[in-house]
Ligand binder design. Sequence first.
Ligand code: AMP
Ligand code: MG
Length: 419
Amino acid sequence: MSVEKRTPISVKEAIKRIMKQHVEVKNINVNLDESLGHILAEDIVATYDIPRFNKSPYDGFAIRSEDSQGASGENRIEFEVIDHIGAGSVSEKTIDKNQAIRIMTGAQIPSGADAVVMFEQTIESETTFTIRKSFKHLENISLQGEEIKAGDIVLHKGMRINSGVIAVLATYGYTKVRVARKPTVAVIATGSELLEVEDELEPGKIRNSNGPMIKALAKQFGIQVGMYKVQHDNLEKSIEVVKKALSEHDLVITTGGVSVGDFDYLPEIYKSIQAQILFNKVAQRPGSVTTVAFADGKYLFGLSGNPSACYTGFELYVKPAVNKLMGAKACYPQIIKATLMEDFNKANPFTRLIRAKATLTKAGMTVISSGFNKSGAVVAIAHANAMIMLPGGTRGFKAGNIVDVILTESNSFEEELIL
Ligand code: AMP
Ligand code: MG
């Protein structure tokens, strides 16, 4: 039996092929409370200005600026306090010459007033105060509409709902939000050597760690995950399970069986369900055999069984696809530049991806591998918040080189506060 020849494509081309597929995104309504992490399905237009009225940014006194002209240390100008309002209250009084209204932060500027004097800028007595400087028209006033005007688009379709989006939606009274439905994901680990997590170890066997890892990665999107039983390397049974998974979910992730070994059945499985293979070889290490297919508008991700390769495949290929299925406009990972803190002397024709720790130091962003980093490694994934991307070529890399780094997690491993 001859080994199938596969032609590697670049990581970028692989991502492009995935993102080029047409997928259908359906919209649903969710409660504001449950909207975090969803993607907005419509533009949100401001129905009123923010701020909605001229208001005071300080605790102090609302005055007419014209009355303050000529004030100085030698010529303090006195104001009579005619009312007192807190946030949420509106004064019914109108300020006249040399009058003032005591006003708290957030309260609406009373009519007649066009400036606010902070308490710190006054000398107070019982019902009056004096100031020693003049105020300009609109000084210390938060103006109506200075942040957003009625009719402006404040939030865009395709935006991910974060806490700030929730604050804006709450401001405009949205108790329900129109969002894209989140896809559901099937996870199937394949390999005759695999035991379930709860199983006792046996000679030659290992526990399935990829399944729970992928479930956890998918959960970061808040999406539903269907965990299927570990599949031994049995072609007929595996075809059946993949078919079932495809009928029950929007996206199917398998791990293992993607190489050209005697029991690597994934290519056969994809063939039997007539999936269109987008690629089956990428110029990357680890995970060069990562295979992605498309069938009936659904993605099938054949990730390598090697844990580091499996993780890398999820970060590079599954994440953008999930973002696309969720209706997101921004689908790609955050990539930063960082200073490499160790040598990688061996040249590699393929792009090298290394589980790593990215840390901001006084000298800038630095990155170092997070441990033993062969494709079968699992522990280094636990200690990583980033992935170094070394381009393929004829030379190695040295400490001090500036390299591209994918941020996979936003947390730092640094115990010190770096500010
Ligand atoms: P494969 O991709 O099936 O050739 O597997 C490559 C390597 O990954 C082998 O050493 C497997 O034992 C290991 N492996 C496969 N599946 C898993 C899994 N679900 N969890 C942990 N290791 C795995
Ligand atoms: Mg296998």
